[in-house]
Ligand binder design. Structure first.
Ligand code: MG
Length: 270
């Protein structure tokens, strides 16, 4: 199942996405659900809308945190002159950095080197702590696509990463959450980023240094994870700058494509 969150009319709704490519009877559409499936059991309301008639939002607003993982693809660590760390390198992005598909990434005036980082995102489904590797599947609600937007210059000059990765709009998520993939399946997906249509990242989740199960188990070893928390699993090689006016798309096979545009901070020149 693909769970989307969207505006139709003036209502925010959750729904199940059905794509014509699935071979079912419906065109690309969403079937409304009675409530947030992360909060409990849901039913269909019986209403359906064409996907083109709704505005998709971030499929989840993390209840407490977005946990980022740094340097989890060896080729990406190397391209920035770093080594793969002995332990997972963990940072936090505030939930206020989350935006949805189609929303604008705002480049703050404080950076002149804003980077895209296409990533697989894990959405946690239940409260958990100290999750053993063989039980990680039980705590995962599903997977979505993320762009771990990073002010590369601030990341280097600040010494720690809160500002460089924490500005409002620095965590696009979407287009929806896929709940049917197994851990084995998400361990072998192609991931690509395009900037104004040009392929800039082209990799596979199988190249992660530490896989999804290892990361979820590790993060849960020091922090309680809540339903709706999100873990970003690191970016592959090919990171680079994006500038106002550019479109950035992150695509993960079997999940979807997350599309955003970069804009200048409107207050920057006033
Ligand atoms: Mg990243």
């Amino acid at each position: 199942m693909r769970i989307a969150r969207y505006v139709v009319g003036d209502q925010i709704q959750f729904g199940a996405v059905e794509l014509a490519a699935d071979g079912g009877e419906h065109p690309d559409s969403v079937a409304n659900l009675t409530s947030d499936p992360l909060a409990g059991p849901v039913n269909y309301t019986g209403e359906r809308h064409l996907l083109s008639d709704v505005r998709l939002l971030a499929p989840v607003i993390p209840r407490s945190k977005v946990v980022g993982i740094g340097r989890n693809y060896a080729a990406h660590a190397a391209e920035l002159g770093n080594v793969v760390p002995d332990e997972p390198l963990v940072f936090l992005k505030p939930n206020t950095s989350v935006i949805g598909p189609g929303e604008a990434i705002v480049r703050p005036a404080t950076t002149s080197n804003l980077h895209y980082e296409g990533e697989l995102a894990v959405v946690i489904g239940r409260i958990c702590r100290d999750v053993p590797l063989d039980r990680v599947a039980e705590v995962i609600f599903g997977y979505t696509v993320a762009n771990d937007v990073t002010a590369r210059d601030l990341q280097n000059s600040d010494g720690q990463w809160t500002r460089a990765k924490g500005y409002d709009t620095f965590c696009p998520l979407g287009p929806w959450i896929v709940t049917h993939l197994t851990l084995d399946e998400v361990g072998d997906l192609e991931i690509r980023t395009r900037l104004d249509g040009a392929l800039v990242q082209d990799s596979k989740t199988s190249l992660m240094v530490r896989d999804v199960a290892t990361l979820v188990s590790y993060v849960s070893s020091f922090v309680t994870l809540l339903p709706g928390d999100v873990i970003l699993t690191g970016t592959p090689a090919g990171v680079g700058p994006m500038t106002p006016g550019q479109h950035v798309e992150v695509e993960i096979d079997q999940i979807g494509t997350l599309d955003n545009v970069v804009v200048e901070d409107a207050g920057a020149d006033s």
